[in-house]
Design a protein around this ligand. Structure first.
Ligand SMILES: Nc1ncnc2c1ncn2[C@@H]1O[C@H](COP(=O)(O)OS(=O)(=O)O)[C@@H](OP(=O)(O)O)[C@H]1O
Length: 222
């Protein structure tokens, strides 16, 4: 594999891309705006770094939920949309990629998620040539431990939303943070006939067993 060509260095500021797949909540005026103003001052410090961790998959595996819920951690800063650098836009170069990143302060982790990296043959080599230290995450288990983060994000941040059918964030008073993921996440699914489910279970069983062996963890999917 090639040597990583870039170090983590600071560079000029660009606008952050907006978050997708997440329902915006209405803005309120007052103390809340003062809070936002402070945030934007804080945001002009720090530097843009290549991500130390990337959620690479799998598609429809809850990658958006993981990133949105992880980024409530004070030591995590993330790109809102999917950059698709290591699959679609690799030609644009590493500086283009780094410019997409939010500024971070010492000790904060920069992250992005693009689930199609998981099915892109070139992606691992490309990520490695950016930095050999980048952690790759496939949604399955306890991510905070893997990233060396204190377990700040816990059950107490969530409630189960019956309408959505999924956990949503409890909104702290005065916060503009969204609560549930957007309409494209947690869609209604059709009823699947039981014989189809059986066939799918049979088909995936050997692959699941292989994964349990590789990870040393029985996910109990069969
Ligand atoms: N909290 C919460 N809210 C809403 N949805 C949730 C949540 N946690 C996991 N999920 C599941 O995430 C599925 C979408 O996965 P991804 O974000 O990885 O999709 S994508 O590959 O980026 O398109 C999404 O798939 P669909 O149900 O088909 O929409 C959900 O099953």
């Amino acid at each position: 594999l090639p040597r990583p060509v870039y170090d983590q260095q600071s560079n000029s500021q660009t606008r952050l891309t907006s978050s997708d797949g997440i329902a915006p909540s209405p803005r309120r005026l007052g103390a809340h705006d003062a809070h936002d103003a402070n945030m934007s001052i804080a945001n002009s410090f720090g530097s843009k770094k290549f991500p130390q961790a990337i959620i690479i998959g799998v598609k429809k595996g809850g990658t958006r939920a993981l990133l949105e819920f992880l980024r409530i951690h004070p030591d995590v800063r993330a790109v809102g949309s999917e950059p698709h650098f290591f699959d679609r836009f690799y030609d644009k170069g590493l500086e283009w990629y780094r410019n997409l990143m939010p500024r971070t302060l010492e000790g904060q982790i920069t992250m992005e998620k693009t689930p199609s990296y998981f099915i892109t043959k070139e992606a691992p080599r490309r990520v490695f040539s950016m930095s050999r230290h980048t952690k790759l995450i496939v949604v399955m288990g306890r991510v905070q431990d893997f990233l060396g983060l204190k377990r700040v994000v816990t059950d107490k941040h969530f409630y189960f939303n019956q309408t959505k059918g999924f956990p949503c964030l409890k909104k702290p008073e005065g916060s503009s943070r969204p609560r549930c993921l957007g309409k494209s996440k947690g869609r209604p699914h059709p009823q699947i006939p039981s014989e189809v489910l059986l066939r799918l279970r049979d088909f995936y069983r050997p692959f699941n067993l292989k994964l349990y062996q590789m990870t040393g963890h029985n996910f109990g999917w069969d």
